[in-house]
Design a protein around this ligand. Sequence first.
Ligand code: PLP
Length: 476
Amino acid sequence: MEDNKNLIFRQIPSVDYLLESSPIKRVLLTTPRSLVLRAIRQVLDDIRTRIERTQMGDELPDLGLNNVVDQIVKRVSILSQPRLRHVINATGVILHTNLGRSPLSRRVIAGFNSLAGCYSNLEYDLRTGKRGSRYVHVEEILMELTGAEGAMVVNNNAAAVLIAMDTIAKDREVIISRGQLVAIGGSFRIPEVMKKSGASMLEVGTTNKTSVNDYESVIGPDTALLLKVHTSNFRIVGFTEEVGLEELIALGKKYSLPVMEDLGSGCLIDFSRYGLKKEPTVQDSVAKGADIITFSGDKMLGGPQCGIILGKKEIVSAIKANQLNRALRVDKLTLIALQETLDTYRYEQRAIRQIPTLRMLCQSYQGLCRKAKRLLNLIGEIDEDNLSIGLCDGFSRVGGGAMPLEELRSRLLCLTTQRIPAHYIVESLRSHGPPIIARLEKDQVLLDVRTIQEKELKIVAEAIRKTAEKGTERIS
Ligand SMILES: *Cc1c(COP(=O)(O)O)cnc(C)c1O
């Protein structure tokens, strides 16, 4: 077998030979050489791997020139496509970090259209003709919407926490409850961010119980800040005690210490009015008097990736003046998207209708049932022997570490098959153009219509029909 393999390895066409073949020469007329070379190397690598893995009795790959060239031409076409692509989110997880969290509103896209392709007054004061600040464009609307004295924006919420702590507590101590030492998505951990900022962390209380006394007993001359982190992606339930923001602020007042709250998700709307569980809003935290508040732009706010910092004027000014800010600053695309998103919030009903994240969150169960029916009608008749399609009830999730206990009742398309393995259906949907990301649960493929956009329903229907047809080929 091994001797045989060596013989076969020697039959693989060489890169130079392939480059000289006429079909590849034709490809080279319209495609850069570096891209064609990448495609050739990838195809040859795949062939080598397949030969290495063949065992006695397996069929060996076809090394005929035509077949190899065919594969290369296909690979060139794949490599020519943009890498970052539209995918359809059928997982039902609204803030799916791996799928780009919040889709942006039409109004934001219109903002890009009119502003991204030209010069703008990004850092130019049109009144004085002098240098201006890039933050003014979103500062005032943030203050208007939340009641905060000061506002600014950085690259993401992790950066917001970092720069706030660096400004307020560098080389000093920050007190935090053990129940709030959160990790978000593996890459954001409060203790690590704290270390980077040069602040040292004083953990108080226990995982499930922390009292005001626990904080008060460790306050000393080096204490710079009391920190509260919203445990956005988990809940400790049962025998618990947490110190509320008001109590922490009262304690801060007593010792003249600032209080910071990392809200994580940061809602500007009270979603309990729309049938969801009560979550604290940003306005609540401002009204209670938190000195600094941080949250993400692309979680519940439904805007672009950024970190929003609100709070007392002097502290926000000090954060703006921090040298780190130069490294964490947002670009104009983010500012355009944030400006348009925030403007939409001036009218709550409009925000719910126009910001995709909010619209998906507030979709009624009846509306979802109708959407699922529309999808079913678009699919039409298919061969039920290959794929049986039904509708079922299930739950969507908010995701992005927000509202972890919220179960949003939804309507799902449920695909089952006796003959094709369920993971094959999932893969088939994922290889569609554009790819559709579905959920696999106990040998059932589930597509939650909540996160499928209206204009994507047709594409999903087509992909499901194709999958049913492919199933036939696979079996025969
Ligand atoms: C999500 C989250 C972060 C990190 O925010 P990014 O915008 O992803 O950097 C920090 N703290 C909390 C509590 C969060 O939920």
